[in-house]
Design a protein around this ligand. Structure first.
Ligand SMILES: [Mn+2]
Length: 260
């Protein structure tokens, strides 16, 4: 990877792509054998010339040194599959709130190009705004303060320098706090995106459509006469029926499909 590639892109053009896939919130972890298999199959068999992973590919990521740890076999395997797929198609990765600590080594080994959040995609005659989505949950001020702190270079440098055991226990604690918070809220309102914030971003970027993940509530929302957002599904192999959904833009049309 060249030095230039290491800078996250905020604008991607794919004039030659007739098929593009969007996924997010796969939440791969040490017990996600079945999901990892579905993802690997999809990455190697999709007709898409480009795959956009819009955050939370991993359940949690606490530093690229984990790639050398025995416990992280699923993630290591996924990196290998991404690399293989990246030889045939372009794979883009935007960090989510669970895996924003994915670093240069992870990206190099997986062959993924990193995107800024948000990022404008121009393809098939459309301008589409891509985001993980959590920055648009502006109604949750506590979360936005937390987000700003952990996304700062100072916090990142400090955290990544801690011993692995300490990082693991801090990540567990943060997860537990987030679950307590979530349990006290209406599940349909939890971590919902602010409509005006979405409209502002769309206007600033001159886009009509926002594609994002994060909420795990897959559907299309009309935001105004001309503007809409399309929410990606999370992946859950244990759900009945299992959810492994891909949003595909093919020949200018969006469709959702389940993969196996
Ligand atoms: Mn998320």
């Amino acid at each position: 990877m060249s030095a230039m590639d290491a800078v996250p892109s905020d604008h991607i053009e794919g004039p030659e792509w007739s098929c593009v896939d969007f996924i997010s919130d796969i939440h791969l972890g040490p017990t996600s054998k079945s999901l990892a298999l579905s993802l690997k199959n999809h990455l190697s068999n999709t007709p898409a010339q480009a795959v956009f992973i819009l955050g939370d590919l991993l359940e949690v990521w606490i530093g690229d040194d984990c790639l050398e740890q025995a416990h992280f076999e699923i993630e290591r395997d996924c990196v290998h599959a991404l690399k293989q797929a990246s030889l045939k198609r372009s794979i883009f990765f935007m960090p989510g709130n669970r895996d924003f600590l994915v670093g240069t080594r992870f990206l190099q080994k997986s062959g993924m190009r990193q995107l800024r959040d948000p990022c404008v995609l121009q393809t098939q005659g459309q301008r589409i705004l891509l985001s993980h989505g959590d920055e648009l949950c502006t109604g949750d001020l506590d979360y936005q303060v937390f987000r700003q702190e952990v996304r700062s270079q100072a916090w990142r440098t400090h955290f990544l320098a801690l011993p692995l055991e300490q990082r693991l226990s801090m990540a567990k604690k943060m997860r537990a706090q987030s679950q307590i918070k979530q349990s006290h809220q209406d599940p349909l309102a939890y971590a919902e995106l602010d409509t005006q914030a979405c409209l502002d971003w769309l206007e600033q970027s001159n886009c009509e459509l926002l594609i994002h993940g994060h909420t795990h509530r897959p559907m299309r929302h009309a935001l105004s006469k001309a503007r809409a957002r399309e929410v990606l599904s999370d992946w859950d192999a244990d759900a009945i029926p299992p959810r492994r959904q891909v949003l595909r833009l093919q020949d200018g049309l969006l469709k959702r499909l389940e993969v196996f």
